[in-house]
Ligand binder design. Structure first.
Ligand code: MG
Length: 159
């Protein structure tokens, strides 16, 4: 039973860096009409400048001295900045890059859990999901509304 962790929306607050507020929809637009992904593609350094989410401290505390297993979908041009960010804020981690959210499910064994904010999975029975406006139409195994609730779920499953 292993816990896997997404990056954006879970550890890193990229939407806040780009929009100055939480994203409202999965395909959010900034004032120039760019989606978040387009805005970061234009300036991948935003990946390094972004601040942690409110959930990072809980997830780090939960891992203590154990390595964090990261599953993330990132364009090639973001990855160097993302790994630099992870070196700074996480330290001990391994990372697997997938082409999209759904491909992450292939890396989950029965009994594994993934903390992820994406509404774009075929199934959500292994997903622990931080609540955001853009993911409220799906029904994950656990939806958490704040860091305390995430800490409770992680303790309860002894992950
Ligand atoms: Mg995400």
């Amino acid at each position: 039973m292993t816990l896997k962790v997404d990056v954006d929306g879970v550890l890193r607050n990229l939407a806040h860096r780009v929009f100055g507020r939480p994203a409202c929809t999965w395909k959010n637009l900034d004032c120039e009409g760019n989606t978040l992904i387009q805005a970061v593609n234009k300036n991948p350094r935003l990946c390094l400048d972004a601040q942690p989410t409110q959930y990072l401290a809980v997830i780090l505390n939960h891992h203590k001295h154990r390595r964090m297993h990261i599953l993330t979908s990132q364009p090639e041009t973001w990855r160097g900045y993302t790994e630099h960010w992870l070196d700074i804020y996480v330290g001990d981690y391994d990372v697997i890059y997938t082409n999209d959210s759904d491909e992450k499910l292939q890396y989950l064994e029965p009994g594994d859990f993934l903390i992820d904010d994406s509404p774009c999975f075929k199934r959500f029975d292994q997903i622990i999901m931080p609540d955001y406006p853009y993911n409220r139409k799906v029904d994950p195994l656990y939806r958490v509304y704040n860091p305390g609730e995430l800490a409770y779920v992680l303790r309860r499953f002894n992950l």
